[in-house]
Ligand binder design. Structure first.
Ligand SMILES: [Zn+2]
Length: 362
C-alpha cells in the first residue's frame, strides 16, 4: 500500500476550522489527529527538513530558508541537498529498495529534498510524462498550481507503484488570504476534493503543515534601530527566499550578525515588537539549531510584527500575512487509519512516532 505524506504549506487549524472540507473532517474523526509543534524559526525549508529527516535542525543543518556566510559576506539560500547534513527518510527508504517519489510546487524545495529518491519533479519543472498527461502546469503564484500538484499525485498513484510519496503544496494562497476569505474557502474545498480522490485509490494518507500563518501590521527594522545607537549589524531574515512576491521577505524571525552582541541584545529586548532576543548559544540550545548557520543574535517578533529592512525609519506599517515567529508554530497532524494501522495505534506503538515533534523546544 502506498503511503502518502502531504505537507499543506501554511495550513494551520484556523484555516481548516473556517473551511468547508468534509473529507479532511472525516479523516480527523476517523483517523488520528493532533497538534504538532514546528521547528523555530517557523519557516518552510527548516520544517520540511525536520519532517523528512525526523530530526532537529542541529542534526540536519537547515536553520531557515537562508543563512549568512560571514566569510564571503553573502546570504545563501539553503535550497540544495548539499546543505542537508543527514539522509532523508525518502533516501533511506530508497536505499532499502522502496520506490519513493517527491513532488513539490517550487523546484527549490525539490532540490533540497530529492537526494536519493526514485523520482522527483515540481510544478515549476514538471516531468515530460506529467505534462503529457495533465498539460502544462500553471504559474506557481496561483491556487491552481497546488491543484495541479495534487492531480499529478493522483495520476502517479493510479499509474505507477510507489511505496512512499512526499508532496508539498506552497503557501502563496495562505500569504494572500485569511481563513474566512471566499478565495481561501474555494481553495481548501478544491484541495479537499482532490484528497478524497487520492484517498479513494487506497492509500495511507498523512497530512501536516510546515508552519501556520498570521496577519502582520508592523515591520520593525532592527538594523535601523541599532544604527540609531551607533551599532552596525547585518540582518538575514529566516524567511528570505528567492520567491518573495507574496511576503516581501518579511517574517517573524531574523538572524543578526554584529560585534556588540550584549549591547544590541539589551536594546532589542526592550524594543516594541520583539518577543525574544537570544544569543547564538541560547538560540542553538533552546531550538536545537545548528550553531554555524545562525546569527550572533536570533530575534523573534511579537505576533503582529515582522522583522526586515525599512527604507527610512525603524517602524513601518505593513499589511500582510506571514510566519516565522513562535505564533505560527502549531500545525495539524492528521493520519488516516486502515484496520491494520488502527491496531498498531491502539497498541500505542505508533504514538511516539506521531508525537515525534510534540516535544519540540519552545
Ligand atoms: Zn511554508
Amino acid at each position: 500500500m502506498t503511503v502518502v505524506a502531504l505537507c499543506l504549506d501554511g495550513v494551520d487549524w484556523n484555516y481548516l476550522k473556517a473551511a468547508d472540507t468534509p473529507f479532511i473532517d472525516a479523516l480527523i474523526r476517523e483517523g488520528v489527529s493532533t497538534t504538532a509543534k514546528v521547528m523555530i524559526p517557523s519557516v518552510t525549508n527548516i520544517n520540511h527538513a525536520s519532517i523528512l529527516t525526523a530530526s532537529y535542525p542541529e542534526r540536519h543543518g537547515i536553520s531557515g530558508n537562508t543563512y549568512y556566510d560571514r566569510v564571503r559576506g553573502l546570504d545563501i539560500y539553503m535550497d540544495d541537498a548539499v546543505f542537508l547534513r543527514c539522509p532523508t527518510l525518502l533516501e533511506e527508504a530508497s536505499r532499502r529498495g522502496l520506490r519513493t517519489l517527491l513532488l513539490t510546487v517550487k523546484d527549490k524545495l525539490r532540490r533540497l529534498l530529492s537526494r536519493g529518491v526514485t523520482h522527483s519533479y515540481s510544478v515549476e519543472k514538471p516531468s515530460d510524462e506529467m505534462v503529457k498527461a495533465l498539460g502544462r502546469p500553471p504559474s506557481i503564484y496561483t491556487a491552481e498550481a497546488d491543484l495541479w500538484l495534487l492531480r499529478a499525485l493522483r495520476w502517479e498513484v493510479e499509474h505507477h507503484r510507489w511505496d512512499l510519496i512526499y508532496a508539498s503544496t506552497t503557501d502563496y494562497m495562505l500569504h494572500k488570504h485569511g481563513p474566512g476569505d471566499d478565495e481561501m474557502r474555494d481553495y481548501l474545498s478544491a484541495i479537499d476534493e482532490e484528497l478524497e480522490a487520492i484517498y479513494g485509490l487506497g492509500v495511507i494518507l498523512g497530512l501536516t503543515a510546515d508552519h501556520g500563518m498570521r496577519a502582520k501590521r508592523v515591520n520593525l527594522d532592527p538594523v535601523r534601530l541599532l544604527a540609531e545607537h551607533g551599532i552596525e549589524a547585518h540582518l538575514t531574515a529566516a524567511i528570505r527566499d528567492e520567491h518573495y512576491i507574496h511576503h516581501m521577505n518579511l517574517g517573524g524571525s531574523a538572524y543578526l550578525y554584529l560585534e556588540d552582541v550584549e549591547e544590541a541584545r539589551r536594546i532589542l529586548s526592550e524594543a516594541e515588537g520583539i518577543e525574544l532576543a537570544l544569543t547564538r548559544d541560547e538560540a542553538a540550545e533552546r531550538f536545537r539549531l545548528p550553531r554555524d548557520r545562525i546569527g550572533d543574535l536570533m530575534l523573534l517578533a511579537e505576533e503582529d510584527y515582522t522583522l526586515g529592512l525599512n527604507p527610512s525609519s525603524p517602524y513601518r506599517d505593513v499589511e500582510l500575512r506571514s510566519h516565522g515567529s513562535l505564533h505560527e508554530a502549531d500545525v495539524p497532524l492528521i493520519l488516516s487509519l486502515d484496520r491494520q494501522l488502527r491496531g498498531v495505534v491502539e497498541n500505542r506503538l505508533l504514538l511516539p512516532l506521531l508525537g515525534f515533534r510534540a516535544d519540540a523546544p519552545r
